[in-house]
Ligand binder design. Sequence first.
Ligand SMILES: O=c1[nH]cnc2c1ncn2[C@H]1C[C@H](O)[C@@H](CO)O1
Ligand SMILES: [Zn+2]
Length: 385
Amino acid sequence: MTSQTMSNTPTPDQIRRAPKVLLHDHLDGGLRPGTIVELAREQGYSRLPETGPDKLGIWFREAADSGSLERYLETFSHTVGVMQTRDALVRVARECAEDLAEDGVVYAEVRYAPEQHLEGGLTLEEVVEAVNEGFREGERLARANGHRIRVGALLTAMRHAARALEIAELANRYRDLGVVGFDIAGAEAGYPPTRHLDAFEYLKRENNHFTIHAGEAFGLPSIWQALQWCGADRLGHGVRIIDDIQVRADGSVKLGRLASYVRDKRIPLELCPSSNLQTGAASSYSEHPIGLLRRLHFRATVNTDNRLMSGTSMSREFEHLVEAFGYSLDDMQWFSVNAMKSAFIPFDERLAMINDVIKPGYAELKSEWLFQQTASTSDSPAREG
Ligand SMILES: O=c1[nH]cnc2c1ncn2[C@H]1C[C@H](O)[C@@H](CO)O1
Ligand SMILES: [Zn+2]
């Protein structure tokens, strides 16, 4: 038996085929560049910085590579700019579900801010219904191509605006109709989550679920507010929890009160490594706090945030982590089960996804080396000596 066959390091092909769970992906951050070009042409949107798909894709990645969340967010004006009609929203959502399924994602919660898609005259309800329709079409098309995926929507309110309660009510109205929860996003510094307490209190009274972008561009106070004032079920990013973890020279680790709380309560962290590198929240994959957080058994999950702006996918994120930390298929399974446990769909459905889809998927991949061994042994009996 060679070390090659025993190696538990997944190949890029195995990473792609492994069942993955995505909790933090923005609909308006994941358009195909070719789709943006076509939608802009159809709608007479003339402000695109490039008109060829390849160059446009590169433009988004470079413009988002700014080291600042505020500048990173400016790039969204062009994606949101072409997502103002019903047809455009259906198409973008359909392609999102298809692309995720093609990449081996079996369950995804995809978020967007309905209030940003009203410039063409759609109502908030029409926006939600168009996106839901696109997700359902994408699920069907993926299935026809041999991929199974389930996509739930999270409705985001923009933290600098003042529509959070209205969007929370919208999320509640479309609960069990394709919408699984609520989020707030946008520039973090200067816009603490407590500005939207009324929305969070409303959702709690309704027994609904929400996540909050916190601890990305701003540190511990933002995480503390999101959890202890607002009652968030999950943290969007939450990567700055690392500021409350002290690693001593001898390698021992001391958690502060907030980091302990996050770990003890199993608060899910929606970590987005590539996005963090672009906005300056981390300096390299190997220095990304996900390595330590995984070792310390935080409820860490791996996410894309914005596939277009980061030129990434779930598989790419895992490829980077496999390279940086030597992760195995067992680690990938651990992240995927963590994410599935943290999803906003009902417990019995989460459990069935874990037991009937995720674990069997990894078991199948982990057993592949056995069959490769049999094939090579029978191919070359002389090697057995
Ligand atoms: O990483 C992020 N942090 C804060 N806000 C973000 C991030 N990625 C996207 N957004 C914003 C820009 C989008 O227009 C909005 C809704 O998806 O959410
Ligand atoms: Zn985000």
